[in-house]
Design a binder for this molecule. Structure first.
Ligand SMILES: [Zn+2]
Length: 259
């Protein structure tokens, strides 16, 4: 395996080597439609009781690039398909969220409540996460959901963000969202729920230019489509698709803030 890039090389790649891939994204969706795939948001799929057989599910985790999210949304709108978008507070652009909801897209929080708490408390080990800490994070997340609904109306799903602090302590944010939490706060699903994952045939994620923009977990979406895989989940992060120099500078800055 290649050695991981050093910091300066990563910065160089992120600033100068990223290419705009929105055209590639559009071609990919067209390929799926031409091959008879139903292209859906996670919410549409769950509401229809998990149809199988040539389904392409689109999930976007908007970590640092709301402009990229907007460009991907425009492509989907043009092609008449819906997707699921999960925004961090950092990237939640109110006018964009409103437009997406109006157009029938699925929008939810890409929450990092536990990661922020771990960072605030400067925890060293996951054993330090007490039930009091978990409870206070759940209350905090409930408040975030309420705020979102007050601003935008509906929110039916959540999706955990993987922050540096989650990796550091080896604990994901979604441990906060158990069945009781979902019931109490009227959340239909969390994107990492086992009920969803076990019904997905092929799970594919994009990667950064510093990881050679590879497709993670085995195959590319085009391969999965050509092979006729039943339920494909395609997870994309808009920052890996929307490129021009100034946005690359901004994204680099935001990714530093995340540490
Ligand atoms: Zn994320």
């Amino acid at each position: 395996m290649d050695k991981p890039m050093n910091r300066w090389k990563r910065i160089y790649h992120k600033l100068f080597r990223q290419k705009d891939r929105i055209g590639e994204y559009e071609a990919l969706l067209k390929r799926a439609l031409e091959n008879g795939y139903r292209v859906m948001s996670l919410l549409e799929w769950v509401r229809e009781d998990y149809p199988s057989g040539h389904v392409l599910l689109l999930r976007h985790d908007v970590d640092i690039d709301s402009r990229g999210a907007e460009r991907m949304f425009e492509v989907e709108r043009r092609l008449g398909v819906h997707a699921s978008y999960y925004f961090r507070h950092l990237t939640m652009k109110s006018s964009l969220v409103k437009r997406m909801l109006r157009e029938g897209f699925d929008v939810g929080l890409h929450y990092e409540t536990l990661a922020l708490k771990m960072r605030y408390l400067q925890l060293k080990d996951k054993k330090e996460i007490s039930s009091e800490i978990l409870l206070s994070c759940q209350q905090q997340l409930a408040g975030e959901i309420q705020e979102f609904r007050k601003s935008f109306g509906s929110m039916t799903s959540l999706c955990s963000h993987g922050a540096a602090w989650n990796r550091k302590l080896g604990v994901p944010n979604h441990i906060l969202v158990d069945d009781t939490f979902k019931k109490e706060h009227d959340i239909l699903f969390e994107a990492y729920d086992e009920a969803l994952r076990e019904r997905i045939t092929t799970y594919i994620s994009d990667a950064s230019v510093t990881d050679a923009s590879v497709w993670r977990y085995g195959k590319s979406p085009v391969e999965a489509i050509e092979q006729g895989d039943s339920v494909i989940l395609l997870l994309t992060h808009p920052e890996h698709w929307n490129h021009h120099f100034l946005s690359n500078v901004r994204k680099l800055w935001l990714s530093f803030l995340d540490r």
